[in-house]
Design a protein. Sequence first.
Length: 77
Amino acid sequence: MMTFLKFIIFFSITFAVLSFFITRDGDIFSPVGEGQVVLDSGTYEAFQLPEFASSMVDSNYKSYFIEVEPGLIESSN
């Protein structure tokens, strides 16, 4: 029983370490806006839709990216 328990613990730790390295295949990406949008509620940074999404919507589509906490992007860099 102890051998089985040791095997399970070893397998769990190995799986956790391996999954960390498999899922961290790139760098953290912080998008940079292309100007500002001024609304009644405040001034926001404008982000363009990616090309793959642009082909699926028409010119009347409006989407808003809301910064959850003011200054969040600046403090994370």
